[in-house]
Ligand binder design. Structure first.
Ligand code: C2E
Ligand code: MG
Ligand code: MG
Ligand code: MG
Length: 278
């Protein structure tokens, strides 16, 4: 009986591998096609001023809908694209689209809303990253100071010494800089103070239980105080409830992002949101 059970398990495992293997092959082929066709869409999640509840920016989040695979989450295809190097051309398509959308926002009178762009680890560490970004800015004829680059804590701490130099170059180009998913990596405070950062985004895992867990609240409180002493703004990610908004406001958090205010919106929806909010 035990042997039979083992066999059953082996078969199940084999089936799982087949499904996963097929999906990866398909994902790979479809991603390459999507790059060529520039078939990615960008959605925009509002960032809200914690004190005034006014719209103060958007975060650009890639969306990919594919005929063969359906909607594929960036949490699935971005890591795959990182592993295969496909992230660099994908990232360039996304940035080009964000720059185009920014000009469309502008032409609708919404030029005052800055946009944050997520930069993947591999792209950030690419030796030509700053040059290629400058080239995209020149081609699109946008103002770099209108954009904030979000790099995760893991990415910057993996390669902290080089990050300092890259960050200074990006600031020289005019971009503002933000650390994403703060609290999930292993920050070295000695590096954190050397980075020319504008913003720190507290990871959703701290916000989720901020009203239930005294320790989470203590950590968030400490992060906010530290950031302000270092002249950085603080964004709370993944805020879903009014109680969280109220607590974060009390703690002095600067910006709030999350489903409580809005999910990521299509370009057209984002325009309507901004027109209603400004
Ligand atoms: P992230 O940059 O930390 O983005 C926040 C993620 O949390 C987004 O998921 C957003 O839709 C989701 N979110 C926002 N508010 C809430 C909330 O209140 N509750 C919950 N449960 N979730 C919320 P998304 O769009 O699936 O993106 C996942 C990750 O994929 C992003 O994390 C980012 O690391 C990466 N990513 C997304 N778009 C891009 C992109 O254009 N380029 C790169 N390189 N990475 C991207
Ligand atoms: Mg982000
Ligand atoms: Mg994040
Ligand atoms: Mg994240």
């Amino acid at each position: 009986y035990a042997k039979k059970q083992k066999d059953n398990r082996a078969v199940l495992y084999f089936d799982d591998l087949m499904i996963d293997g097929e999906r990866v092959l398909l994902l790979d082929a479809e991603l390459r096609k999507a790059i060529e066709q520039r078939a990615f869409e960008v959605h925009y999640q509002p960032k809200i001023d914690a004190q005034t509840s006014k719209l103060i920016g958007f975060e650009a989040l890639v969306r990919w809908k594919n005929d063969a695979l359906g909607i594929v989450s960036p949490a699935e295809f971005i890591p795959y694209a990182e592993d295969t190097g496909l992230i660099v051309p994908i990232s360039e398509v996304i940035i080009q689209k964000v720059f185009e959308d920014a000009k469309r926002f502008s032409s609708l009178g919404l030029q005052s809303v800055p946009i944050a762009i997520n930069i993947s680890s591999l792209h950030f560490q690419h030796p030509n990253f700053c040059e290629s970004l400058q080239q995209l800015v020149d081609e699109a004829q946008v103002d770099a100071s209108h954009f904030e680059l979000e790099v995760t804590e893991r990415t910057v701490m993996n390669n902290a010494a080089e990050t300092v130099a890259t960050f200074h170059e990006l600031r020289k180009l005019g971009f503002t800089l933000s650390i994403d998913d703060f609290g999930t990596g292993y920050s070295s405070l000695s590096y954190l103070v050397r980075f020319p950062l504008n913003t720190l985004k507290i990871d959703r895992s701290f916000i989720q239980q901020i009203c239930m867990q005294e320790e989470k609240q203590a950590v968030v409180d400490a992060i906010i105080h530290m950031s302000h002493r270092l002249n950085m703004r603080v964004v709370a990610e993944g805020v879903e409830q009014l109680e969280q908004v109220e607590l974060l406001r009390e703690l002095g958090c600067d910006e709030i992002q999350g489903f409580y205010y809005s999910k990521p919106l299509s370009f057209e929806e984002a325009v309507k949101f901004a027109q209603a909010a400004l």
